[in-house]
Design a protein around this ligand. Structure first.
Ligand code: MG
Length: 253
């Protein structure tokens, strides 16, 4: 069942989204060659706890950190640690927080220093595929219109979307119904209603879409070893279209 949030609940989710966005921005700002992924995790955790909130990922099914840091051919769920960021890396950051019992969740991939032209194009298309999905969020719209829009943008650029992981509803739980695939035919699935909140999160690969999980039980990598990017926003369905809770400065169209 897809939970519809009340205006009071949405207020809490706005606060959760704004905090995640704020902390993410502080992490992105400092991410540079020479820093370790563990240092970024410590910064993220401190930002969330200083606000009186709870890091959503730490301890989730035993995940050991507050921030996921996935480099280059790592797709999602990379565990931060001693790895030193290097010029030319693509770094995917995924962060979640719980504020007054409600979750916010977002991800962004950033270039560390100068990256290849191909990597820059992948970054741009990954971002555009998320935006295309968000643009399909509207009351009375269909869920897979989002999926189809994401896939269309990624594949038109010659890239692929990961199929083994998906976006999700979000609220009092990090993962609520519905599952939001990043591929598929439009016009299917449940009708969207005002008050639903969705975490839309395309993972776009330079090569083919196949992924596997490494022996640590968490880190997901591309099978072909090619680059991958990940972008995610928590988005509420309103009567005026999408409200991006993890990008609170943005106007509702
Ligand atoms: Mg998510």
């Amino acid at each position: 069942m897809i939970v519809v949030k009340s205006e009071r609940e949405l207020e809490k989710m706005r606060r959760a989204g704004a905090l995640v966005a704020d902390v993410m921005q502080s992490v992105v700002k400092v991410a540079a060659p020479g820093l370790t992924t563990g240092e970024l995790d410590a910064l993220a955790e401190a930002g969330i706890t200083a606000a009186g909130a709870i890091p959503a990922f730490k301890g989730y099914r035993g995940f050991p950190a507050s921030l996921c840091t996935s480099l280059n051919s790592q797709v999602v769920h990379g565990i931060p640690g001693g790895r030193v960021l290097q010029e030319g890396d693509l770094l995917s950051l995924d962060l979640g927080a719980i504020v007054e019992g409600y979750y916010g969740d977002m991800a962004v991939t950033v270039a560390i220093g100068e990256v290849s032209e191909e990597a820059r194009r992948l970054l741009r298309v990954g971002r555009e595929s998320l935006e295309a999905g968000i643009a399909r969020v509207r009351a009375d719209g269909r869920l897979t219109d989002i999926s189809h829009a994401v896939q269309t943008v990624a594949e038109a650029a010659g890239f692929s979307v990961v199929r083994d992981f998906a976006g999700h509803g979000i609220g009092r739980e990090m993962h609520e119904d519905p599952q939001i695939l990043n591929f598929g035919a439009p016009g299917r699935g449940p009708r969207l209603k005002k008050g639903m909140v969705l975490a839309i999160e395309p993972m776009v690969n330079l090569g083919d879409y196949r992924v596997r999980t490494e022996e640590d039980g968490w880190t997901v990598v591309t099978v072909d070893g090619e680059l991958s990017v990940h972008f995610e926003h928590t988005v509420a369905v309103t009567s005026n279209g999408p409200e991006v809770l993890t990008d609170p400065g943005r106007r509702i169209e």
